[in-house]
Design a binder for this molecule. Structure first.
Ligand code: ZN
Length: 126
């Protein structure tokens, strides 16, 4: 049986339980590239060699993460509510109360995340 673990609180989530995924891209941000005449005549080869020399003895993972890092999290509904309230200082225990609307039932009524027992019976919900 496929299970997931909530990255917030550690709760085990079964395959068909409502869970949320968070995908975060952390990347170096620059304003629009502006190329001047000076850039065109600069010795790029020498500059590249100098940079390679500087990076030779650095940690590859650290260098890579300095440019781009993708983070993916699985969250249970309670942790999702806590996360969207405060993504930068997320603590599972700060979750908002459960919504009065059953989000899971609503999403499933739209055909998302069918449970195996709901499989091919069809017409159950009219
Ligand atoms: Zn959780």
């Amino acid at each position: 049986m496929i299970t997931y673990t909530c990255d917030g609180c550690g709760k085990t989530l079964n395959r068909h339980d409502l869970r949320y995924t968070v995908k975060i891209d952390v990347k170096a941000a620059y304003d629009e590239l502006e190329i001047s005449l000076l850039d065109l005549v600069r010795d790029h080869r020498a500059e590249m060699l100098r940079l390679i020399e500087q990076m030779k003895h650095k940690d590859a993972q650290q260098l890579e993460e300095g440019v781009y890092k993708n983070i993916q999290l699985d969250l249970c509904p309670a942790c999702q509510r806590a996360f969207i309230r405060n993504p930068l200082r997320f603590h599972p225990e700060q979750s908002a109360p459960e919504p009065s609307v059953d989000v899971d039932a609503f999403l499933r009524s739209l055909g998302m995340g069918k449970r195996p027992e709901e499989g091919d019976q069809g017409g159950e919900r009219g």
